[in-house]
Write a protein that binds this ligand. Sequence first.
Ligand code: SF4
Ligand code: SF4
Length: 420
Amino acid sequence: METHLADFIRDTRAGREAEAILRTCVHCGFCTATCPTYQLLGDELDGPRGRIYLIKQMLETGAATEKTRLHLDRCLTCRSCETTCPSGVQYSRLLDIGREVVAGRVPRYGSDGLMRSLLKHFLPRPLLFNPALRVGQMLRPLLPAALKAKIPERRDPGRTPAPRHARRMIVLAGCVQPAMLPGINAAAARVFDRLGISLVEAERAGCCGALRLHLDDAAGACADARRNIDAWLPLLDAGFEAIVMTASGCGVQVRDYAHLLQDDPRYAVKAARIALATRDISEALIGEKAALLELLEKSALAARRRVAFHSSCTLQHGQQIRGVVEELLAAAGYALVPVSDAHLCCGSAGTYSVLQSEISTQLRDNKLRGLGVGGANGFVAPEVIASANIGCITHLQSGTALPVRHWIELLDEATAAPAC
Ligand code: SF4
Ligand code: SF4
């Protein structure tokens, strides 16, 4: 695609990157067919090709309107279009640049601006978020159904084993996950402990930065990244083997630290090292497959539960990890049921479910049908839904009575069951 960027951006790093990306797009429109918002809304400007045109136009003229912002806001950043694109267009990088330019030119006022500011300051701060969640959980039975659905019930996370093995890996606790679903990291620690690896959370680490980045706060996201790098590097130096992500949404962000901090002379090299050491938990576990199979042999599951696996977009599109979780669940004795439209987003997408709740709810309900809840997709119905990201788990759970779990919790059950 031929481009002539305007003076304000042409000679900047963002301008050069945007131009290189725009030049790879050949307008074929293949991406449009796999875009969830285009499928739902039927407007070219709510698909990747249309959004690329909007960004191109804005970077060439410097002009942006509320309409430009609306169509960019409606993008889930699910990156399904990147998986489909035959030309390798790095759409999400272009979108980040486009959103940053829009944010500088079309200020947000009223409830939209207020809500974004609230989310940005509230969610990544456990000192504010955790007590508020506790109050919400206590009042849950009295809350209206829509609000109640957004607050997960308190569940006993079970025991977290104390670090005891010579082999150690770092695990990210994240921002909202420890309060909302503490059972995920506890289950991960138990599974790895059984394999002779201790998972350790670094005390000073916190939110990965994805939340702030997607709320137009790139500087805040960089600050989050630097804090985590400072917390993790001494542990890597001390022999920790990897940084394990139990939320695929955090994984995709941490893997991008090298890009995020490329212009920071103090952190660029450190960020690249962190990105290289980062593993989704499925990758870390498949690396221990022989030991895992041995463990599973000793503790076979009594019943083959039927599982529908929803591969989060940050796993299958963002990190291009496919089939690994399915392989692990099958090895653990679970029966995976067929899933329709597995490439489509469930509508969670970080804070999207709050900011674009109507679209998000429609996508959730479509996803639950695709996962075969109640046999809705014509295949055998699942008994449990599994996913790889806290956002997808809580969002899907808000639309169904069927249990929705992180897949590592199912692996935990499988490896904990006594041999018969
Ligand atoms: S599939 Fe790729 S090359 Fe084709 S329009 Fe979409 S982004 Fe452009
Ligand atoms: S990231 Fe997802 S929602 Fe956004 S344009 Fe691409 S496919 Fe559509």
